[in-house]
Design a protein around this ligand. Structure first.
Ligand code: DQA
Length: 159
């Protein structure tokens, strides 16, 4: 049986987690977050694709590429959250659950972080819980995918 796959995207500078402003973003590295997500996904019956890029166009390519291959997307677009119409447009073309994540509580921070282009198309947002927010987002993804399948699949389907 193929497990539903969740694409977890991380935007610019998140490759520096662990050493980047640890008082804001914590001491866990991106590899630590990926490992925690992997573990949580197994428990939820999901597969994940965990990726990071510093390049807006690469993130857009990955979002486009998720159509037909992934059942949900979890995205921490980092600084592009606040600037990228291209990422908003790519996400708008998807017909799968979109969950926005931020490690920090962006609403407690500078005013320019209070607006998110991603929020306009996200089913929900998790922010302020550090790396644990990714696990919360996976829980939400599992539930949303389950709901979608429950509505869309004939009874007896085992997907
Ligand atoms: C962030 C918040 C953004 O404002 C910032 O540009 C980031 C990380 C977060 O996870 O808290 O790079 O998305």
């Amino acid at each position: 049986m193929m497990l539903p796959k969740v694409l977890i995207l991380n935007g610019p500078n998140l490759n520096l987690l662990g050493t980047r402003e640890p008082e804001i973003y914590g001491r866990a590295t991106l590899a630590d977050l990926a490992a925690a997500c992997e573990q949580r996904a197994v428990a939820l019956g999901l597969a994940i694709d965990f990726r990071q890029s510093n390049h807006e166009g690469e993130l857009v390519d990955w979002i486009q590429g998720s159509r037909g291959t992934h059942g949900a997307i979890i995205i921490n677009a980092a600084a592009y959250t606040h600037t990228s119409v291209a990422i908003l447009d790519a996400l708008s073309a998807l017909e799968m659950p979109i969950i926005e994540v931020h490690l920090s509580n962006i609403f407690r921070r500078e005013a320019f972080r209070h607006h998110s282009y991603v929020s306009a198309v996200a089913h929900g947002v998790v922010c302020g819980f550090g790396g644990f927010g990714y696990e919360m987002a996976l829980e939400a993804a599992a539930r949303l995918i389950g709901t979608v399948f429950a509505n869309d699949q004939p009874a007896g389907s085992n997907r």
